[in-house]
Ligand binder design. Structure first.
Ligand code: AHM
Ligand code: MG
Length: 359
Protein backbone atom coordinates (compact mmCIF):
# COMPACT_ATOMS: atom_id res chain seq x y z
CA UNK A 1 0.00 0.00 0.00
CA UNK A 2 1.35 3.44 -0.91
CA UNK A 3 1.59 6.71 1.11
CA UNK A 4 2.31 5.00 4.44
CA UNK A 5 -1.32 4.00 5.04
CA UNK A 6 -1.60 0.90 7.20
CA UNK A 7 -4.76 -1.10 6.78
CA UNK A 8 -6.41 -3.14 9.53
CA UNK A 9 -5.48 -6.33 7.65
CA UNK A 10 -1.80 -5.35 7.43
CA UNK A 11 -1.74 -4.27 11.06
CA UNK A 12 -3.31 -7.52 12.29
CA UNK A 13 -0.79 -9.64 10.39
CA UNK A 14 2.09 -7.51 11.67
CA UNK A 15 0.85 -7.87 15.26
CA UNK A 16 0.60 -11.65 14.97
CA UNK A 17 4.34 -11.63 15.63
CA UNK A 18 3.53 -10.47 19.21
CA UNK A 19 2.08 -13.95 19.79
CA UNK A 20 4.76 -16.36 18.57
CA UNK A 21 2.58 -19.41 19.35
CA UNK A 22 -0.34 -18.02 17.31
CA UNK A 23 -1.31 -19.86 14.16
CA UNK A 24 -3.28 -17.00 12.67
CA UNK A 25 -6.78 -17.99 13.81
CA UNK A 26 -7.27 -14.88 15.94
CA UNK A 27 -6.00 -12.71 13.10
CA UNK A 28 -8.49 -14.30 10.73
CA UNK A 29 -11.28 -13.89 13.28
CA UNK A 30 -10.54 -10.17 13.66
CA UNK A 31 -10.37 -9.82 9.90
CA UNK A 32 -13.80 -11.51 9.55
CA UNK A 33 -15.29 -9.11 12.12
CA UNK A 34 -13.78 -6.18 10.18
CA UNK A 35 -15.39 -7.41 6.95
CA UNK A 36 -18.83 -7.85 8.56
CA UNK A 37 -18.48 -4.36 10.07
CA UNK A 38 -17.99 -2.91 6.58
CA UNK A 39 -21.14 -4.64 5.35
CA UNK A 40 -23.15 -3.37 8.33
CA UNK A 41 -21.67 0.10 7.83
CA UNK A 42 -22.93 0.11 4.24
CA UNK A 43 -26.49 -0.59 5.42
CA UNK A 44 -26.36 1.83 8.37
CA UNK A 45 -25.24 4.57 5.99
CA UNK A 46 -28.12 4.09 3.62
CA UNK A 47 -30.66 3.44 6.37
CA UNK A 48 -32.71 6.49 5.47
CA UNK A 49 -32.84 5.59 1.80
CA UNK A 50 -34.46 2.19 1.92
CA UNK A 51 -37.24 0.61 3.87
CA UNK A 52 -34.94 -0.77 6.52
CA UNK A 53 -35.64 1.64 9.37
CA UNK A 54 -38.03 0.89 12.16
CA UNK A 55 -39.13 -2.17 14.09
CA UNK A 56 -39.19 -5.67 12.76
CA UNK A 57 -42.07 -6.63 15.03
CA UNK A 58 -40.25 -9.18 17.20
CA UNK A 59 -38.69 -8.76 20.63
CA UNK A 60 -35.41 -10.18 21.92
CA UNK A 61 -34.91 -11.96 25.27
CA UNK A 62 -34.77 -8.67 27.17
CA UNK A 63 -38.21 -7.80 25.81
CA UNK A 64 -36.86 -4.93 23.72
CA UNK A 65 -38.22 -4.27 20.27
CA UNK A 66 -35.75 -5.35 17.62
CA UNK A 67 -35.01 -2.90 14.85
CA UNK A 68 -34.56 -4.18 11.31
CA UNK A 69 -30.94 -3.11 11.35
CA UNK A 70 -30.35 -4.99 14.63
CA UNK A 71 -31.53 -8.14 12.94
CA UNK A 72 -29.51 -7.42 9.82
CA UNK A 73 -26.31 -6.74 11.79
CA UNK A 74 -26.84 -9.88 13.86
CA UNK A 75 -27.17 -11.98 10.71
CA UNK A 76 -24.09 -10.43 9.11
CA UNK A 77 -21.79 -11.03 12.07
CA UNK A 78 -23.05 -14.58 12.57
CA UNK A 79 -22.57 -15.30 8.86
CA UNK A 80 -19.01 -13.92 8.90
CA UNK A 81 -18.11 -15.91 12.02
CA UNK A 82 -19.70 -19.05 10.61
CA UNK A 83 -17.89 -18.95 7.29
CA UNK A 84 -14.56 -18.02 8.92
CA UNK A 85 -14.34 -21.33 10.81
CA UNK A 86 -12.34 -19.87 13.72
CA UNK A 87 -15.19 -19.65 16.21
CA UNK A 88 -17.22 -22.47 17.81
CA UNK A 89 -19.85 -20.41 19.68
CA UNK A 90 -21.39 -17.00 19.16
CA UNK A 91 -23.27 -15.37 22.04
CA UNK A 92 -25.25 -12.35 20.89
CA UNK A 93 -27.53 -9.81 22.51
CA UNK A 94 -30.15 -10.62 19.92
CA UNK A 95 -30.46 -14.38 20.62
CA UNK A 96 -31.80 -16.02 23.78
CA UNK A 97 -29.32 -18.91 23.70
CA UNK A 98 -25.73 -19.37 22.58
CA UNK A 99 -25.30 -20.35 18.93
CA UNK A 100 -23.18 -23.40 18.20
CA UNK A 101 -21.52 -23.18 14.81
CA UNK A 102 -21.97 -26.67 13.60
CA UNK A 103 -19.59 -27.27 10.69
CA UNK A 104 -16.87 -29.85 11.54
CA UNK A 105 -14.16 -27.16 11.31
CA UNK A 106 -16.00 -24.67 13.55
CA UNK A 107 -17.00 -27.26 16.15
CA UNK A 108 -13.33 -27.76 16.94
CA UNK A 109 -12.40 -24.10 16.66
CA UNK A 110 -10.84 -22.58 19.74
CA UNK A 111 -12.51 -19.18 19.93
CA UNK A 112 -15.82 -17.91 21.30
CA UNK A 113 -17.28 -14.54 20.33
CA UNK A 114 -19.72 -12.51 22.45
CA UNK A 115 -21.26 -9.67 20.48
CA UNK A 116 -23.75 -6.83 20.60
CA UNK A 117 -24.23 -6.49 16.84
CA UNK A 118 -25.87 -3.03 16.93
CA UNK A 119 -25.76 -1.19 20.21
CA UNK A 120 -27.74 2.00 20.77
CA UNK A 121 -30.25 0.99 18.13
CA UNK A 122 -32.91 3.36 19.48
CA UNK A 123 -30.72 6.04 17.84
CA UNK A 124 -30.85 4.63 14.32
CA UNK A 125 -34.02 6.39 13.25
CA UNK A 126 -32.58 9.79 14.13
CA UNK A 127 -29.15 9.49 12.51
CA UNK A 128 -27.16 9.31 15.75
CA UNK A 129 -24.07 7.11 16.10
CA UNK A 130 -24.59 3.41 16.80
CA UNK A 131 -22.01 0.70 17.32
CA UNK A 132 -20.99 -2.95 17.40
CA UNK A 133 -19.25 -4.32 20.49
CA UNK A 134 -17.37 -7.64 20.54
CA UNK A 135 -15.38 -9.79 22.89
CA UNK A 136 -13.27 -12.88 22.08
CA UNK A 137 -12.45 -15.73 24.47
CA UNK A 138 -10.51 -18.95 24.07
CA UNK A 139 -12.73 -21.98 24.80
CA UNK A 140 -11.80 -23.76 28.02
CA UNK A 141 -13.13 -27.25 27.32
CA UNK A 142 -10.74 -29.45 25.42
CA UNK A 143 -13.07 -32.02 23.88
CA UNK A 144 -16.67 -32.43 22.76
CA UNK A 145 -18.99 -29.55 21.98
CA UNK A 146 -18.16 -26.28 23.69
CA UNK A 147 -20.93 -25.19 26.06
CA UNK A 148 -22.33 -22.22 27.93
CA UNK A 149 -19.66 -22.82 30.59
CA UNK A 150 -17.04 -21.95 27.97
CA UNK A 151 -18.80 -18.62 27.46
CA UNK A 152 -19.20 -17.70 31.14
CA UNK A 153 -15.62 -16.56 31.65
CA UNK A 154 -14.35 -13.56 33.55
CA UNK A 155 -13.48 -10.46 31.54
CA UNK A 156 -9.82 -10.93 32.48
CA UNK A 157 -9.84 -14.00 30.22
CA UNK A 158 -10.65 -12.02 27.07
CA UNK A 159 -8.05 -12.46 24.34
CA UNK A 160 -9.37 -9.55 22.32
CA UNK A 161 -12.18 -7.02 22.39
CA UNK A 162 -13.28 -4.14 20.26
CA UNK A 163 -16.01 -1.89 19.01
CA UNK A 164 -17.06 -0.32 15.75
CA UNK A 165 -18.62 3.12 15.81
CA UNK A 166 -20.84 4.00 12.87
CA UNK A 167 -20.62 7.75 13.35
CA UNK A 168 -19.67 10.82 11.37
CA UNK A 169 -16.92 8.51 10.21
CA UNK A 170 -16.78 4.78 10.90
CA UNK A 171 -14.05 3.50 13.18
CA UNK A 172 -12.97 0.13 14.50
CA UNK A 173 -11.11 0.19 17.82
CA UNK A 174 -9.66 -3.00 19.32
CA UNK A 175 -7.22 -4.48 21.79
CA UNK A 176 -5.54 -7.84 22.18
CA UNK A 177 -4.15 -6.84 25.58
CA UNK A 178 -1.21 -4.90 24.19
CA UNK A 179 -2.69 -1.42 24.00
CA UNK A 180 -5.58 -0.03 21.99
CA UNK A 181 -5.52 0.91 18.32
CA UNK A 182 -8.14 2.72 16.26
CA UNK A 183 -8.80 2.44 12.52
CA UNK A 184 -10.93 4.77 10.44
CA UNK A 185 -12.81 3.46 7.43
CA UNK A 186 -11.65 5.18 4.27
CA UNK A 187 -14.72 4.83 2.04
CA UNK A 188 -12.69 5.61 -1.10
CA UNK A 189 -10.64 2.41 -0.74
CA UNK A 190 -13.06 0.46 1.48
CA UNK A 191 -10.40 -0.21 4.12
CA UNK A 192 -10.05 0.50 7.83
CA UNK A 193 -6.78 2.49 8.10
CA UNK A 194 -4.72 2.98 11.26
CA UNK A 195 -5.61 6.50 12.40
CA UNK A 196 -5.35 6.33 16.22
CA UNK A 197 -2.30 4.24 17.23
CA UNK A 198 -1.81 3.38 20.92
CA UNK A 199 -4.87 5.24 22.22
CA UNK A 200 -4.67 6.53 25.80
CA UNK A 201 -7.56 7.92 27.84
CA UNK A 202 -6.65 11.10 29.78
CA UNK A 203 -6.16 10.23 33.46
CA UNK A 204 -8.45 13.09 34.47
CA UNK A 205 -11.42 14.09 32.37
CA UNK A 206 -14.01 16.84 32.51
CA UNK A 207 -17.03 15.14 30.90
CA UNK A 208 -19.62 13.04 32.71
CA UNK A 209 -22.12 10.91 30.78
CA UNK A 210 -25.17 9.54 32.54
CA UNK A 211 -28.90 9.51 31.85
CA UNK A 212 -29.86 12.18 34.37
CA UNK A 213 -33.54 11.61 33.61
CA UNK A 214 -33.21 8.61 35.92
CA UNK A 215 -31.72 10.77 38.72
CA UNK A 216 -34.44 10.11 41.28
CA UNK A 217 -33.94 6.36 40.85
CA UNK A 218 -30.13 6.46 41.28
CA UNK A 219 -28.28 5.21 44.37
CA UNK A 220 -27.18 8.01 46.72
CA UNK A 221 -23.51 7.52 45.78
CA UNK A 222 -24.30 8.34 42.13
CA UNK A 223 -26.45 11.34 43.12
CA UNK A 224 -23.57 12.68 45.25
CA UNK A 225 -21.09 12.12 42.42
CA UNK A 226 -23.32 13.97 39.93
CA UNK A 227 -23.60 16.87 42.38
CA UNK A 228 -19.79 16.79 42.78
CA UNK A 229 -19.45 17.10 38.97
CA UNK A 230 -21.80 20.10 38.96
CA UNK A 231 -20.27 22.10 41.81
CA UNK A 232 -18.09 25.07 40.86
CA UNK A 233 -14.42 24.62 41.79
CA UNK A 234 -11.82 26.33 39.62
CA UNK A 235 -8.91 24.22 40.89
CA UNK A 236 -10.50 21.01 39.55
CA UNK A 237 -12.10 22.67 36.50
CA UNK A 238 -15.61 22.03 37.78
CA UNK A 239 -18.41 22.16 36.90
CA UNK A 240 -17.72 19.40 34.37
CA UNK A 241 -19.46 19.17 31.03
CA UNK A 242 -22.42 16.81 30.73
CA UNK A 243 -22.67 14.80 27.49
CA UNK A 244 -25.00 11.86 26.99
CA UNK A 245 -25.75 10.43 23.56
CA UNK A 246 -27.56 7.34 24.84
CA UNK A 247 -25.31 5.19 22.66
CA UNK A 248 -22.72 3.51 24.84
CA UNK A 249 -20.19 3.15 22.05
CA UNK A 250 -20.48 6.84 21.13
CA UNK A 251 -20.31 8.06 24.72
CA UNK A 252 -17.33 5.86 25.62
CA UNK A 253 -15.49 6.57 22.36
CA UNK A 254 -15.75 10.32 23.00
CA UNK A 255 -14.59 9.90 26.60
CA UNK A 256 -11.70 7.66 25.50
CA UNK A 257 -10.42 10.46 23.28
CA UNK A 258 -11.29 13.50 25.40
CA UNK A 259 -11.35 12.06 28.93
CA UNK A 260 -14.52 11.49 30.91
CA UNK A 261 -16.69 9.03 32.77
CA UNK A 262 -19.70 7.02 31.55
CA UNK A 263 -22.06 5.70 34.20
CA UNK A 264 -25.01 3.34 33.89
CA UNK A 265 -25.75 2.53 37.53
CA UNK A 266 -28.35 0.37 39.20
CA UNK A 267 -31.66 2.17 39.50
CA UNK A 268 -34.66 1.41 41.65
CA UNK A 269 -36.32 0.17 38.43
CA UNK A 270 -33.28 -1.82 37.14
CA UNK A 271 -31.68 -3.18 40.32
CA UNK A 272 -28.86 -4.87 38.37
CA UNK A 273 -28.26 -2.00 35.96
CA UNK A 274 -29.18 -2.07 32.26
CA UNK A 275 -26.05 -3.03 30.38
CA UNK A 276 -24.95 -6.58 29.75
CA UNK A 277 -21.71 -7.92 31.20
CA UNK A 278 -20.58 -10.29 28.48
CA UNK A 279 -20.99 -8.28 25.30
CA UNK A 280 -21.22 -4.66 26.48
CA UNK A 281 -19.36 -4.05 29.75
CA UNK A 282 -16.50 -6.57 29.59
CA UNK A 283 -15.24 -5.62 26.13
CA UNK A 284 -15.49 -1.89 26.90
CA UNK A 285 -13.77 -2.45 30.26
CA UNK A 286 -10.91 -4.34 28.58
CA UNK A 287 -10.42 -1.54 26.04
CA UNK A 288 -10.59 1.27 28.61
CA UNK A 289 -8.20 -0.49 31.00
CA UNK A 290 -5.79 -1.11 28.13
CA UNK A 291 -5.99 2.61 27.35
CA UNK A 292 -5.07 3.43 30.97
CA UNK A 293 -8.57 3.98 32.37
CA UNK A 294 -10.75 2.13 34.84
CA UNK A 295 -14.03 0.17 34.76
CA UNK A 296 -15.97 -0.68 37.88
CA UNK A 297 -19.39 -1.65 39.19
CA UNK A 298 -19.02 1.26 41.61
CA UNK A 299 -17.39 -1.16 44.07
CA UNK A 300 -15.50 -3.85 42.16
CA UNK A 301 -13.53 -4.24 38.95
CA UNK A 302 -15.83 -5.23 36.06
CA UNK A 303 -13.27 -7.63 34.58
CA UNK A 304 -13.13 -9.67 37.82
CA UNK A 305 -16.85 -10.54 37.85
CA UNK A 306 -17.62 -14.25 37.59
CA UNK A 307 -20.55 -14.39 35.13
CA UNK A 308 -23.51 -16.46 36.28
CA UNK A 309 -25.68 -16.16 33.18
CA UNK A 310 -25.49 -15.27 29.52
CA UNK A 311 -27.46 -12.01 29.51
CA UNK A 312 -26.35 -10.88 32.97
CA UNK A 313 -26.61 -7.14 33.63
CA UNK A 314 -24.20 -5.08 35.71
CA UNK A 315 -23.91 -1.45 36.78
CA UNK A 316 -20.95 0.26 35.13
CA UNK A 317 -18.69 3.22 35.92
CA UNK A 318 -16.07 3.48 33.18
CA UNK A 319 -13.58 6.02 31.92
CA UNK A 320 -10.77 8.23 33.13
CA UNK A 321 -9.06 6.71 36.16
CA UNK A 322 -9.37 9.69 38.51
CA UNK A 323 -13.05 10.19 37.72
CA UNK A 324 -13.98 6.53 38.25
CA UNK A 325 -12.04 6.51 41.53
CA UNK A 326 -13.88 9.61 42.73
CA UNK A 327 -17.24 8.04 41.85
CA UNK A 328 -16.23 4.84 43.69
CA UNK A 329 -15.31 6.93 46.71
CA UNK A 330 -18.84 8.41 46.75
CA UNK A 331 -20.40 4.99 46.31
CA UNK A 332 -18.43 3.61 49.24
CA UNK A 333 -19.57 6.41 51.53
CA UNK A 334 -23.20 6.83 50.48
CA UNK A 335 -24.38 3.50 49.02
CA UNK A 336 -24.50 0.09 50.62
CA UNK A 337 -22.64 -2.47 48.54
CA UNK A 338 -25.09 -5.05 47.12
CA UNK A 339 -24.45 -8.73 47.78
CA UNK A 340 -22.66 -10.71 45.06
CA UNK A 341 -24.38 -13.79 43.59
CA UNK A 342 -22.18 -16.04 45.80
CA UNK A 343 -23.03 -14.00 48.91
CA UNK A 344 -26.76 -14.18 48.13
CA UNK A 345 -26.56 -18.00 47.87
CA UNK A 346 -24.58 -18.13 51.13
CA UNK A 347 -27.10 -15.99 53.01
CA UNK A 348 -30.03 -18.01 51.62
CA UNK A 349 -28.40 -21.20 52.86
CA UNK A 350 -27.81 -19.64 56.26
CA UNK A 351 -31.52 -18.64 56.38
CA UNK A 352 -32.37 -22.27 55.66
CA UNK A 353 -30.18 -23.34 58.55
CA UNK A 354 -27.35 -24.85 56.49
CA UNK A 355 -24.56 -23.84 58.85
CA UNK A 356 -21.50 -22.36 57.20
CA UNK A 357 -23.21 -22.11 53.79
CA UNK A 358 -21.18 -23.56 50.95
CA UNK A 359 -17.45 -23.68 50.31
P1 AHM B 1 -29.26 -1.51 23.56
O1 AHM B 1 -28.24 -2.61 23.61
O2 AHM B 1 -30.67 -2.06 23.67
O3 AHM B 1 -29.07 -0.62 22.39
O4 AHM B 1 -29.11 -0.67 24.91
C1 AHM B 1 -27.85 -0.20 25.26
C2 AHM B 1 -27.86 1.30 25.23
C3 AHM B 1 -26.50 1.90 25.37
O5 AHM B 1 -25.86 2.04 24.15
C4 AHM B 1 -26.84 3.25 25.95
O6 AHM B 1 -25.78 3.85 26.59
C5 AHM B 1 -27.97 2.92 26.88
O7 AHM B 1 -28.59 1.76 26.35
C6 AHM B 1 -28.97 4.03 26.92
O8 AHM B 1 -29.97 3.69 27.80
P2 AHM B 1 -31.01 4.80 28.34
O9 AHM B 1 -31.86 5.15 27.17
O10 AHM B 1 -31.75 4.10 29.43
O11 AHM B 1 -30.21 5.95 28.84
MG1 MG C 1 -26.59 -3.17 23.46
Amino acid sequence: MVCGVKTLGQFIIEKQADFPYAKGELSRLLRDIGIAAKIVNREVNKAGLVDILGDVGTTNIQGEEQKKLDVYANEQFIAALTSGGECCIVATEEEDEIIHIESPVSQNAKYIVCIDPLDGSSNIDVNVAVGTIFSIYRRKSVEGLASLQDVLQKGTEQVAAGYVIYGSSTMLVYTTGKGVNGFTLDPSIGEFCLSHPQMKIPETGYIYSVNEGNYVHFPDGVKKYIKYCQVEDVSTKRPYTSRYIGSMVGDIHRNLIKGGIYIYPTTSRSPNGKLRLLYECNPMAFIIEQAGGKASTGFDRILDINPAELHQRVPVFIGSKNMVEKAEEMMLIYTEKPLSVEEKVESKLEDLGVVGGID
